[in-house]
Design a binder for this molecule. Structure first.
Ligand SMILES: [Zn+2]
Length: 197
């Protein structure tokens, strides 16, 4: 289990892994959801803590520390379940499908002593709802930037093979995951134009 002395130490260790802005958080989740980027054992071990930090940053709440000094985080199994749900949501976003907004059970707001503010009341141990809801809120803000790269594949065997990487674009009109994919797509488009001449 994670025995860490202070919230500040946890944030210092974990926040850079998941990014410092909501858009970076989305980028972190899209990378997690991409099967093409396998997780290292270290990443997997840290996943429950990363998820907890993500949720509390997005809800602008303080991470809860139990009386024994351990951070309250999802179990390894819950973390796996959350990543699975996140993958489903990102796949839906890529395809521009509708997404069910996970329900928070109560129509109530609560005062949180630790973060000294009101937050939407919810069952704080229902990690999957918290995690999917936080992602859906990010999708509402930045869903137009979540894309699949349709540049020709690096070693494309067939004509229809594409890079296929999921990514978060910096700007709405950015269509490729990287500058190399962008130039490959431009070269292919130019060749197609030249052939037509
Ligand atoms: Zn690409």
């Amino acid at each position: 289990m994670k025995t860490v002395a202070t919230v500040r130490q946890i944030m210092k260790q974990i926040a850079p892994r998941i990014g410092l802005t909501p858009k970076k958080h989305l980028d972190w989740i899209v990378k997690l959801a991409t099967d093409k980027e396998p997780q290292t054992p270290g990443d997997l071990m840290n996943q429950p803590l990363c998820i907890a930090v993500f949720i509390f940053l997005e809800r602008r709440e303080a991470l809860r520390i139990e009386h024994d000094g351990k951070a309250n985080v999802p179990s390894q199994g819950e973390a796996e379940e959350i990543v699975k749900e996140w993958k489903k949501i990102i796949r839906a976003v890529i395809n521009h499908e509708s997404i069910l907004k996970p329900r928070i059970r109560h129509d109530r707001i609560d005062w949180r002593e630790a973060s000294e503010r009101y937050v939407e009341a919810c069952d704080l141990d229902d990690w999957t709802t918290l995690a999917t809801r936080a992602l859906v809120d990010l999708v509402l803000r930045y869903g137009n930037l979540v894309k699949i790269c349709r540049a020709p594949a690096l070693r494309g065997k067939k004509k229809k093979d594409i890079c296929g990487k999921w990514f978060v674009a910096d700007r709405p009109n950015q269509d490729h995951c990287s500058s190399t994919c962008r130039s490959r797509a431009a070269t292919k488009a130019k060749r197609a134009r030249d052939r037509k001449k």
